[in-house]
Design a protein around this ligand. Structure first.
Ligand code: RBV
Length: 455
């Protein structure tokens, strides 16, 4: 049966679309040779493409800054001749970024950066439009690395990471490929930490922009994005009432603060745990309780880890948790909750709802683990809302344009984007929201640099 794949762009056509459609829908007509021909994608089910298009259209209507950059990029072609390998959650927002890169002249090959974060409808829509994409929900760890390998087949000139798995793969397994890479970008805190450690060791083979460290990224995406999407994940996986619950937030960094604020907004009382005195003080002065996890463990109804550190919740915590406690993680890797410790205490296990595993312990208490301890916001919900990704991905796009333009003149270091860019992007964003702000007068500008003025 034929399928309708609308909004088909001839210029984005690689060799895939024709084969895609024929392979999946008219397979009996394919010769043996044709069946064996490689395609430049692997997704769960291409029939989901039309549903994916709708998701992407919706995200585009919420991402006006990136869409304005796309219009400009179509004319100026700043990424012409670039081959961008990306490893970042395959969401509707990422699709808007990918389409913007293609519109700016880039060839793109993509994989997801987490086994549970790919939206299968979106990846089908991208594949059907000719994007080289290797991503499906629920892939194994081996498949995850296989997908990354495939995105390197076209020998990228730029890499884009969320968590540094792709760039680490290039450095550890294919250092020869690094010679033709002009530069890379990194989306998230955990990845930036890894890259700074590599740079400090003198191991970085090309320059990288820490997109995460832009003010218009981490002061918004990490706080409001993580705050809302993590609660969204908890609610979709549980449908519990948050009001009246004790929510324990592990780590009061940008992400933890976002989760704490949104949980409080829904009526929870929040307990924050910290290892850094200044962060603990901030949590306290925000009005949250601060406790060591050993004490908080017995109090929490819901636990959300957001530290970037391993073993935040371990055996001794599970030993004192209430019957019915819900635990989840919103940090990049699934190492924050020690599931081995939990398994060791478990008598039986069942999936009680999607993304919600009931562990019945040997003493009869039940603990509910959401999204297998992986990023609850992306695995159980849809990741950060489009409006906030508008700014994060505008930074990604501009960082790649900058690398394409003058990456060859940069050193093998971790760079931040210029601070002025944050102000420009924020002004654009405000404009799209219909918000005007004041401007300094000439007298005020003079006053700002006048050190003689006093009382
Ligand atoms: N993130 N992307 C999305 N909707 O595409 N949601 C979250 C999305 C990114 C976010 O920028 C964060 O730094 C990273 O995921 C953590 O892996």
């Amino acid at each position: 049966m034929a399928t309708v794949i609308h909004d088909f762009h001839p210029q984005a056509f690689r060799r895939s679309l024709d084969l895609v459609v024929r392979e999946r829908y008219e397979a009996p007509n394919l010769s043996e040779k044709e069946k064996e021909m490689p395609v430049n994608y692997k997704v769960a089910d291409l029939k989901l493409a039309d549903a994916g298009r709708l998701r992407i259209d919706w995200a585009e209507s919420r991402m006006p800054v990136l869409m304005a950059l796309r219009e400009k990029g179509k004319k100026e072609q700043p990424l012409k001749g670039m081959r961008v390998a990306g490893c970042l959650h395959v969401t509707k927002e990422t699709a808007v970024l990918i389409k913007t890169l293609v519109a700016a002249g880039a060839e793109v090959s993509w994989s997801g950066c987490n086994p549970l974060s790919t939206n299968d409808e979106v990846s089908a829509a991208l594949a059907a439009e000719g994007t080289s994409i290797y991503a499906w929900h629920g892939l194994s760890v081996e498949e995850f690395y296989w997908c990354i390998e495939r995105t390197l087949d076209f020998k990228p000139t730029l890499t884009l990471d969320d968590g540094a798995d792709l760039i680490f793969n290039v450095h550890s397994k294919h250092p020869e490929l690094a010679k033709t890479v002009i530069g890379g970008t990194e989306e998230t805190t955990t990845g930036v930490h890894r890259l700074r450690a590599m740079a400090a060791d003198g191991k970085l083979l090309y320059p990288v922009f820490a997109v995460n460290d832009s003010e218009t990224k981490w002061d918004f995406d990490n706080v409001y994005g993580t705050g809302q999407s993590s609660l969204d994940g908890v609610l979709r996986a549980t449908s519990i009432l948050i009001a009246g619950k004790t929510v324990v937030v592990g780590g009061f960094g940008h992400c933890g603060r976002g989760v704490a604020e949104r949980a409080r907004g829904l009526g929870a009382s929040v307990v924050a745990t910290e290892i850094k005195p200044t962060q603990a003080l901030k949590a306290l002065l925000e009005g949250h309780r601060v406790l060591p996890m050993d004490q908080a463990a017995a109090l929490g109804d819901v636990f959300v880890t957001a530290t970037g550190m391993k073993d935040v919740l371990v055996g001794r915590h599970f030993d004192v948790m209430k019957d019915g406690a819900i635990i989840c993680n919103t940090g990049h890797y699934d190492c924050e909750i020690n599931l081995k410790d939990l398994e060791a205490r478990t008598k039986s296990k069942r999936t009680i709802r999607p993304n919600n595993e009931e562990y019945t312990l040997k003493d009869g208490r039940r603990i509910y683990v959401l999204a297998q301890g992986r990023l609850v916001n992306l695995a159980a919900a849809e990741g950060h809302p489009s409006e906030v990704m508008d700014m994060s991905f505008s930074n990604q796009y501009l960082a790649l344009c900058r690398l394409a333009r003058d990456g060859k003149n940069l050193e093998n270091k971790v760079y931040e984007l210029p601070k002025e860019l944050d102000q420009e992007l924020a002004l654009l964003k405000l404009g799209t929201m219909g918000v005007n702000i004041d401007k300094l007068t000439a007298e005020q500008i003079a006053y700002a640099s006048d050190y003689s003025a006093g009382t």
